[in-house]
Design a protein around this ligand. Structure first.
Ligand code: FES
Length: 574
């Protein structure tokens, strides 16, 4: 039966003669030196996301070797194959713009090749979501393996980490507190080893969420990239992939609504990156599961921040690893978790927690009753400025700005922002609200991490550290500030953000979850009638950019492509 075919017999090239197709395939694969015995084994694919531009994936070659060892010890045949890789600083205009392309590449290569299971190696922010989006749609047994966080650096006795401290030191440099010599010295210390950013940024958050989702072996999220334990974890992941192939444990059995709820709880309790909500929405969307932002906000009211990691707290990922890793958070959250959710171990999340070694005294994860922040890290805002929702990282901002009304200082685009933010003549005061338009999924395009609008230099130099900032952009998970993000619908498609003028009053009320533009409805209607769609750019007319602009959804649906969501998913026969 076609649906039961395994290994080299899967997905044969169509010549109208299956035996000939297999004969031909074996002839070519034997050029790699494989024996007939090897070719009869379950085939485990290993995604190779190494690139000379991706320092976060520097250790991928050695991880591949460790995964291969695990696959072979378990009786499988490991075969690595390349997929796109994305690094935050080397993906113009923004890595988010290319995340869906990586997801398509991953999905189609999993589907195209004769695999029985796949090990997904990623780490840098967009790579883990892209790999899981692709794997969810292909629905072949899959297991995620992250490269792991970097170790911390040191500058004059002060511990440093990418990239919360990148922003902190850059803000000090902009404010004139440190000079060019010192900022250059710091530059060489912020990313001192291979691995992903070691604060609770997007990469760390997605690693924790992936483990909580059940798609990673327990303990895998926090082991630093350069530790030998990371290699043993990779070996175990390879071995487990062989078992997954035999058990036919596919992502749709693991990535269930309950599993996503667990991942969202961990996102809240970790004080994790705002980007994770977009990525989890996209991953869930692949399985026809919608993330309800209002439900997420209600979860936030009952899920406190427990992890004391930058940018919300003090510590770094290697400290969380020393504190026991994710399970230390899971134990505290246990009453709120869906413990029956299945994981790649073949056991439930509850069974995995019970099987973990007992905890010990540590100060990185706080007890549920003595949290770092009494609510979850992220709050969902609604109001006439964001009818489709907006979010704010309430655990990483000046709490005095949680209720704030101010005058809007508007930047019409990223170019406008770059051109005027440091203009000494800019009419801006510390109590104003900075508004950026044109930075959403379609507007920029790709929804860059431009939501962290810099404090105007003239205010920074007077000691202003935080201001309310509002945009349809995203923000790095490593950033800190009273920053309202993901305003939906975005300004480029005529969302209310497009109607804000300089001098308008805006009211932010985080405890009440409100974001209001204090302009009469009649005036807003008149502005709406006068509003003109941004003129298309020359480069919008062809290629991936055209596909992106035509198909990308808004932030609340994960910025995935419309046609890749669950309803359109083609499943591998099984
Ligand atoms: Fe890759 Fe931060 S740049 S994880």
């Amino acid at each position: 039966m076609a649906s039961r075919k395994r290994g080299m017999r899967r997905g044969l090239t169509a010549y109208g003669d299956e035996e000939f197709s297999l004969f031909l395939r074996k002839a070519f694969i034997k050029a790699m030196g494989y024996s007939d015995d090897a070719l009869e084994r379950p085939v485990v694919g290993i995604t190779n996301t190494y690139s000379g531009f991706n320092a976060c994936h520097r250790t991928v070659p050695e991880l591949i070797e460790a995964v291969k060892r695990g696959v072979m010890l378990a009786g499988g045949l490991p075969v690595e194959f390349p997929t796109i890789t994305l690094h935050e600083s080397f993906a113009h205009p923004t890595s988010m713009y290319l995340r869906n392309l990586m997801a398509i590449d991953t999905e189609e290569m999993i589907r195209a090749q004769p695999l029985d299971a796949v090990v997904l190696i990623g780490g840098c922010d967009k790579t883990v979501p892209a790999l899981l989006m692709g794997a969810a749609s292909a629905n072949l047994p899959a297991i995620a393996l992250v490269t792991g966080p970097m170790l911390t650096g040191d500058h004059h006795g002060e511990r440093l980490g990418a990239c919360t401290d990148c922003r902190r030191f850059w803000a000090r440099y902009r404010a004139g507190e440190i000079g060019a010599g010192e900022i250059n010295a710091v530059n060489a210390k912020l990313a001192p080893s291979a691995g992903t950013c070691m604060v609770m940024g997007t990469a760390s958050t997605m690693a924790l969420c992936t483990e909580a989702l059940g798609m990673m072996l327990p303990g895998g999220a926090c082991i630093p990239a350069v530790m030998s334990e990371r290699m043993r974890h990779a070996e175990a992941s390879g071995a487990r992939a062989v078992a997954l192939a035999k058990e036919r444990l596919t992502p749709d059995k693991i990535m269930t609504p309950d599993a996503f709820e667990n991942a969202l709880r961990v996102l809240l309790a970790a004080g994790g990156s705002t980007n994770a909500i977009v990525h989890l929405a996209a991953m869930a969307g692949r399985l026809g599961i919608a993330i309800d932002l209002d439900r997420f906000d209600r979860m936030g009211r009952e899920t406190p921040v427990l992890a004391d990691l930058k940018p919300t707290g003090q510590h770094y990922m290697e400290d969380l690893e020393k504190a026991g890793g994710l399970v230390t958070i899971l134990r505290e959250l246990k009453p709120l978790l869906k413990l029956k959710a299945l994981t790649v171990t073949g056991k439930t999340l509850g069974e995995n927690i019970a099987a973990a070694p007992p905890g010990w005294k540590q100060d990185v994860v706080q007890p549920f009753r003595k949290p770092i922040f009494k609510e979850g890290g992220i709050a969902v805002l609604r109001g006439n400025l964001a009818p489709g929702g907006a979010i704010i990282k309430q655990s990483a901002m000046d709490p005095r700005l949680a209720r704030h009304e101010g005058r809007a200082v508007v930047f019409e685009s990223l170019e406008d922002l770059a051109g005027r933010i440091d203009d000494p003549g800019l009419d801006v005061h510390a109590g104003d609200i900075l508004v950026l338009k044109g930075a959403g999924p379609k507007g920029a395009p790709g929804m860059p991490e431009a939501g962290y609008i810099p404090i105007p230099r003239k205010l920074a130099r007077t000691g202003v550290k935080d201001m309310v900032r509002i945009s349809d952009a995203r923000m790095s998970g490593t950033a800190y500030g009273a920053i309202v993000l993901h305003v939906t619908p975005e300004s480029a498609i005529g969302g209310p953000l497009a109607l804000v003028n300089n001098g308008d009053r805006i009211r932010l009320d985080v405890p009440a979850r409100r974001l209001e533009l204090l302009v009469p409805g009649t005036e807003l209607e008149a502005r709406r009638r006068r509003w003109k769609k941004p003129r298309p750019r020359k480069e919008d007319a062809r290629g991936y950019r055209k596909l992106f602009l035509e198909s990308v959804t808004q932030a609340d649906r994960g910025c995935d492509f419309e046609f890749l969501a669950g309803e359109a998913t083609i499943r591998i026969p099984r």
